[in-house]
Design a protein around this ligand. Structure first.
Ligand code: FAD
Ligand code: DLZ
Ligand code: SF4
Length: 525
């Protein structure tokens, strides 16, 4: 316990995705009685075999943030992965830091991931000093606020939660508390197919500096066999770089962000997307500030309402909603499997070796950039996993590994609930299942694919076509009751037995030869 003249410091552990001086445990503290502890630890770097770029990004951003804090006069105790005495875990490192600094208290902001939060909640019993676990107020809604909103509902819809967030923040609201432009959600205007010669401005790319190069060498040495390429590393690793990336987005891309949000073009990996998720999730950018900038762009006549509303909805709608959803359903969400999907993850999710041109391109982008944009994650990679009935745990691990912006609080609801319907429809009102038609409409992938989206069954048919009906057929009992999807069963019934058999046989022939992953790339085993 602290005595009244206790001049021992407060220890402030800052986790890898808490890289902001506005963090609840840092702001308001004085520099002379605070030791900030940052830890590169093996447990975090290997609990899944993260993409090499993801580890490099987090370590580089952590090292840059530590340098920024030191330059500003803070005392930072920084544990590097290759430090000889590194214990390998957050708790082990906090224990060693308690020995070194004899703190009167530990102030830590709650972790983004349930697994890490469980460990932190044991600290009060483990350490002989006060432990304060502070809410992470980098979100618009607290975990408690979401719980309150969710408590009396059987099913949740992002749309209603989003409206609450609009009212709470005042973003795109009129003086008489109505949505700007009269409608809350302009998604209908945001579904343009790609044009033939789309040429979006290149996103901001950052040459690795000395710190990043050192980290890249470390990652190559220690995690060389992990998935992904490091040669193309160009992520922002500091607040200044992240702000430059945001400036470029607001200057050059936001105007077309909305209309082409769902478009996909072979070899064009980010189109008009912001590419800011890694920086936001690390703490380098404040999502609310970005929303205010987007709103200003609209008010200044520099961006249309559909683009700005779409961008703001992703941040204070989807991002906040999935975070609340995660904490509401954890633990448990990670093992949900309401559709009883049992297939192993196909090998091509790691190699990209498939004749399905859409999937091959999405895996390539994932490998090269540790990124794929939303509609690639949802309607290509996710749609395939849903239709093929891939086991949710394997899909979750894959998404957590391969994307540089992946932390379980945001990855798991998107994977388990949004793409796989493994929660039985709590998050989304229907499964996002689609046939080849959808991908053909929203992309240029099909033009040069060996398969044809127009062919429904048999040799040369786009595999999404028979897989779609196979999925619908095998889950009829559950989905027929769903008013948003139930009607498609009359189409199925009208087909007649012979045509139905062709769909089912085609799907089964495809699934029978689908090669499962050769090794468990995801979990460290
Ligand atoms: P933009 O298209 O420019 O969107 C702007 C911002 O909105 C993003 O930076 C992000 O912060 C937020 N956002 C958009 N959609 C979502 C969403 N569904 N959930 C949460 N935030 C959203 N995003 C992650 O940050 N980490 C993940 O691990 C992750 N896993 C995903 C898994 C699946 C299966 C799906 C369908 C989506 C996932 N997303 C995840 C959401 C989304 O795909 C990414 O946020 C987006 O592709 C990041 O690129 P961007 O910054 O260019 O996004
Ligand atoms: C993902 C990750 C990795 C690879 N390494 C570290 C690390 O060494 N130190 C750290 O503080 N955080 C790391 N992270 C992020 C954590 O695994 C975790 O996602 C966040 O702390 C959120 O709980
Ligand atoms: Fe993908 Fe089918 Fe189009 Fe080929 S035809 S790119 S498999 S949707």
């Amino acid at each position: 316990m602290a005595s009244s003249q206790d001049n021992r410091p407060v220890l402030v552990p800052v986790l890898g995705d808490q890289l902001t001086r506005a963090l609840a445990s840092i702001r308001g503290r004085t520099k002379d009685d605070t030791v900030i502890l940052m830890m590169e630890v093996w447990d975090e770097a290997t609990y899944v075999r993260h993409h090499k770029q993801k580890i490099a990004l987090i370590f580089s951003a952590m090292r840059h943030f530590a340098a920024e804090l030191r330059n500003a006069g803070w005392q930072v105790d920084y544990i590097r992965l290759d430090d000889e005495d590194n214990s390998g875990s957050f708790t082990g490192e906090v224990a060693r830091a308690v020995e070194r600094h004899d703190p009167r208290a530990i102030h830590v902001v709650e972790a983004g991931e349930w697994r890490v939060q469980q460990a932190i909640e044991e600290w009060p019993d483990k350490f002989d000093c006060d432990v304060d676990i502070l809410p992470d107020d980098r979100f618009v809604a607290s975990i408690a606020e979401f719980r309150e909103w969710a408590e009396d509902r059987d099913t949740f819809r992002m749309e209603f939660f989003y409206r609450e967030m609009r009212r709470k923040t005042g973003l795109l609201m009129t003086a008489d508390d109505k949505p700007e432009g009269g409608e809350w959600n302009l998604d209908k205007q945001n579904r343009e197919s790609p044009e033939n010669d789309m040429d979006p401005p290149e996103r901001a790319k950052f040459e690795p500096d000395e710190i990043t190069c050192e980290v890249i060498a470390l990652v190559e040495e220690q995690f060389g066999e992990h998935f992904g390429s490091l040669e193309t590393f160009c992520w922002p690793v500091t607040r200044d770089e992240a702000e430059e990336a945001a400036d470029r987005f607001f200057a050059e891309r936001i105007e077309k962000f909305g209309p082409y949000q769902d478009a996909m073009v072979h070899g064009q990996d980010d189109l008009y997307h912001s590419m800011l998720s890694t920086s936001i999730n690390l703490g380098l950018l404040d999502p609310l500030e970005l929303c205010r900038r987007a709103e200003q762009a609209y008010r200044d006549g520099k961006a249309p309402l559909n683009s700005v509303e779409g961008f703001i909805r992703q941040l204070i709608g989807w991002r906040e909603y999935v975070r609340g959803f995660y904490w509401y359903f954890m633990p448990g969400l990670e093992s949900a499997n309401q559709l009883n999907a049992q297939r192993g993850l196909p090998e091509f999710y790691w190699t990209g070796e498939t004749d399905m041109r859409c999937l091959a391109d999405c895996v390539r982008s994932t490998r090269d950039n540790a990124h794929a944009h939303h509609i690639q994650r949802l309607m290509v990679l996710g749609n395939f996993a849903l239709l093929a009935g891939v086991n949710p745990r394997e899909v979750q691990d894959w998404y957590l590994v391969v994307y540089a912006d992946a932390y379980e609080w945001v990855e798991l609801p998107n994977v388990s609930a949004m793409i796989l319907y493994a929660d039985g429809g709590k998050l989304a009102s229907k499964p996002y299942a689609a046939s080849g038609n959808y991908i053909n409409k929203m992309s240029d992938y099909c033009k040069e694919c060996r398969y044809s989206p127009a062919k429904k069954t048999g040799e040369g048919a786009c595999p999404f076509n028979p897989l779609y009906w196979h999925f619908m057929h095998r889950h009829r009992d559950r989905l027929e009751q769903n008013h948003r999807i139930g009607r498609i069963y009359s189409t199925w019934d009208r087909m007649g037995e012979e045509k139905q058999r062709k769909y089912l046989d085609s799907a089964e022939a495809f699934l029978d030869v689908l090669e499962p992953a050769k090794k468990t790339w995801a979990r460290n085993g």
